[in-house]
Design a binder for this molecule. Sequence first.
Ligand SMILES: NC(=O)c1ccc[n+]([C@@H]2O[C@H](COP(=O)([O-])OP(=O)(O)OC[C@H]3O[C@@H](n4cnc5c(N)ncnc54)[C@H](O)[C@@H]3O)[C@@H](O)[C@H]2O)c1
Length: 337
Amino acid sequence: MNKKILLTGGTGYIGSHAAVELSTRGYDVVLYDNLQNSSAAVVDQIELISNRKCEFIQGDIRDTALLSDTLSRLKINAVMHFAGLKAVAESIEEPLNYYSTNVLGTLSLLDAMLHAQVFNLVFSSSATVYGVPAYLPIDELHPTGPVNPYGRSKLHAERILSDLAVSSTNWSIISLRYFNPTGAHESGLLGERPTSRPNNLMPIISEVALNSRDRLQVFGDDYDTPDGTGVRDFIHVMDLAEGHRKALEYIGKEKGFEIFNLGTGAGYSVLEMVEAYKVASGQAIPVEIMTRRPGDVGACYADALKADTVLGWQAKRSLKDMCESSWRFYTNSSNRG
Ligand SMILES: NC(=O)c1ccc[n+]([C@@H]2O[C@H](COP(=O)([O-])OP(=O)(O)OC[C@H]3O[C@@H](n4cnc5c(N)ncnc54)[C@H](O)[C@@H]3O)[C@@H](O)[C@H]2O)c1
């Protein structure tokens, strides 16, 4: 396959790290984003780290004409579709917004791809499609049953992709179900910098370590886990980025629709994460134990054997790597603001 890749949501957290991974491996990267949760300054950081130019187009994922024109004009070979909304609580308050961006947005992209005859796609899905774990670790055969509009929007999109792959043998589509992406690029130049309020654990811990938040609220310490706090499969964002490159290599050879979990296969508790961050940052991180949040589960972690066997991918980085890279990013003065 030729090597020109469009990354929707490419200036966002995961898209920008995937862009670095692809660009440093010799792919030509085109970023497409409406900047609603990221900044155009990220483009400079990607170019700085990878020492290669990348093109940026500002646009909405629902602008099918702009996407179609972009795909044809720039002779794109494959698309990675990161653009989307991802906050569970917000999805309960604004379901239409989530379905519009995540489902209609995906339909718009697929229409544009069909029009431009681009049939290779890697889709950002989520472990939230599984809902409450029936068993652990969660493999790809685990039943789906998302319990919020965000998870349902991802599952709807996956079903559309699966139907599309049946409709024509041209399509080669992979859906990657991420567990809990954390950390930052090793350089400290790129990391998670949402323009909206952070929802993920590590950016919130980092705010406490930086004294811009007085404590971390931990929701529940009475789960059936070693220390009672929730256990999640935290995966380093650069491991995730490498998983995308492996998926891209796979769709260059195979047709159809495949689903892969991307996780480490191990779980860390919220308090283990806090301890590791304390060590990495040398800062105090006060916590306040709260009651459980409705809808949260005690433990959730992946069986990532399929990605290992089929894609030849494994997560390599440790919890320490996740915390140290994150702290480097948040304390790098050029990243402030
Ligand atoms: N970060 C996680 O914990 C996580 C876990 C599982 C799945 N995912 C999925 O991975 C993808 C990327 O997540 P992320 O963490 O990088 O989030 P992010 O918010 O940092 O990145 C998403 C990007 O999409 C852009 N975007 C949003 N709506 C858009 C629209 N209508 N048109 C064009 N661009 C739009 C945003 O500006 C942002 O740059 C999302 O689809 C998300 O659902 C994320």
